[in-house]
Design a binder for this molecule. Structure first.
Ligand code: AQP
Length: 410
């Protein structure tokens, strides 16, 4: 089947998976037909894969690229949100190093940046005994499933991805094929674990929609094989656009919270990014207190004092961004921040923001630095996580290969 996902009506992709309410997510006795076994993704001793389920198991997957300069946006938009989810459902947090080579990279630095993201996960409070932490390149199933998805996704879908357009820029002819196909690898990252929930920042929304399109097209194109092989899971949200049984879930994006899009400190219309050439544009997670204070002091603003209402921040992107950062770091609403600072100039607000940022980030920076002093420990966490991740992804890929009709020689 060519073109759009079979029988797709895009609005049909929107309703969330009818997953169990939160309380039920913690333990589902029907999982794997066992009554009281811990979930295999949580129980490190388990050897069970999850290729033969009667319903999709709630599972979180997310990742961060080891492209250097981890920043406040990565922390508030993604990593900080990973932490509480590890107590709600099985969680897999990946350092997506295969994605990091879609743009020019330095092989001599990749191991270090991979450890840095891992250290950020651990320092933020992700517990490797609860959640699986690993780097993508150690689990071959990601690349294999990405190839299958390259043959499912349509060039037209990928051509619409704004991140590709932005990153390739004017020199699109010279961009790597990997940068173009980035979203199919991201779909494979998620669906190799049949993950149902993906916490990300706002910039990844379009890629997650594409992941759902790929899952939907796979489920439709191979519906007969999925059924014949007995590998289908009853569709939790029956609809005319989808078969009764699915192999891949329609993953639910989790784009929420006060900081889904932190903007550059130099330009309130551009997102804070690791690859921005100006270091003053972002607060790096390993910046010192002095560097954080300097960057906030130099952050672009306007001459007006802070307003008392949110309406007063319209057309003031830099001011809105700093208020948003203050709100996210303090756990207060933006309205509450404005009522605290209404009428104050930036010469008062900026030092208060700098103090808050240092207060919140310094312990994490210290812990990251402590962890990075022992690379052996970090590598062991990643090795253990890769083994546990393979135990889940291996059986999913084995079944995907059968659905595709590949001859198994062994
Ligand atoms: N500015 C941001 N605000 C909120 N969330 C953000 N994220 C990224 N930037 C912001 C979220 O962080 C997670 C990991 O991002 P990534 O490593 O996959 O790369 P990215 O989205 O392309 O982010 P960067 O920092 O801009 O990296 P480069 O420059 O390498 O491309 C994701 O959940 C993302 O949404």
């Amino acid at each position: 089947m060519q073109g759009r996902p079979a029988k797709t009506v895009r609005s049909a992709l929107r309703p969330p998976l009818s997953l169990a309410p939160r309380a039920r997510l913690r333990h589902n006795p029907r999982a794997h037909g066992t009554c009281h076994a811990p979930h295999p993704a949580i129980d490190p001793r388990s050897k069970l894969g999850d290729s033969h389920l009667t319903e999709f198991q709630p599972r979180v997957f997310s990742g961060v690229q080891p492209t250097g300069n981890l920043h406040l946006g990565n922390y508030l938009g993604a990593i900080a949100r990973f932490v509480p989810l590890q107590d709600e459902m099985p969680a897999i947090y990946c350092v997506v190093d295969l994605h990091a080579i879609t743009v020019k990279h330095d092989p001599a630095l990749l191991a270090g940046t991979t450890r840095e993201v891992t250290a950020a996960y651990l320092a933020a409070g992700i517990d490797p005994k609860k959640a699986i932490i690993f780097n993508q390149s150690q689990v071959r199933e990601h690349a294999e499933l990405a190839w299958i998805f390259n043959c499912i996704a349509r060039i037209g879908w990928l051509s619409r991805m704004t991140q590709f357009k932005e990153k390739a820029g004017k020199n699109r002819e010279n961009a790597s094929v990997g940068l173009f196909a980035y979203p199919t690898l991201m779909a494979a990252d998620i669906l190799a674990y049949r993950a149902t929930h993906v916490p990300v920042g706002d910039d990844q929304k379009q890629h997650l929609e594409l992941t759902r399109d790929i899952a939907q097209k796979f489920n439709n194109d191979f519906a007969d094989q999925i059924k014949e092989l007995g590998l289908g899971i009853p569709n939790p949200t029956p609809s005319p656009e989808l078969p009764d049984e699915l192999f891949f879930p329609l993953t639910e994006p989790m784009i929420a919270g006060p900081a889904t899009r932190i903007m550059s400190l130099r330009d309130g219309t551009k997102k804070m990014s690791k690859s921005d050439p100006s270091d003053l544009s972002r607060i790096n997670l390993r910046d010192s207190a002095e560097e954080i204070a300097k960057k906030i002091r130099k952050a672009k603003t306007d001459p007006e004092p802070l307003p008392s209402e949110m309406d007063g921040l319209a057309e003031r992107p830099e001011a809105a961004n700093l208020v948003g950062i203050y709100a996210a770091l303090s756990g207060k609403s933006k309205d509450a921040v404005l009522s605290e600072f209404a009428g104050q100039p930036f010469s008062i607000f900026k030092p208060a923001l700098a103090d808050l940022a240092v207060d919140k980030l310094a312990p994490m920076t210290g812990e990251m630095n402590r962890l990075l002093a022992d690379p052996g420990h970090i590598d062991a966490v990643l090795r253990d996580g890769a083994g546990r991740a393979s135990e889940i992804a291996g059986p999913v890929l084995r079944d995907a290969r059968r659905i595709m009709g590949f001859l198994e020689g062994r």
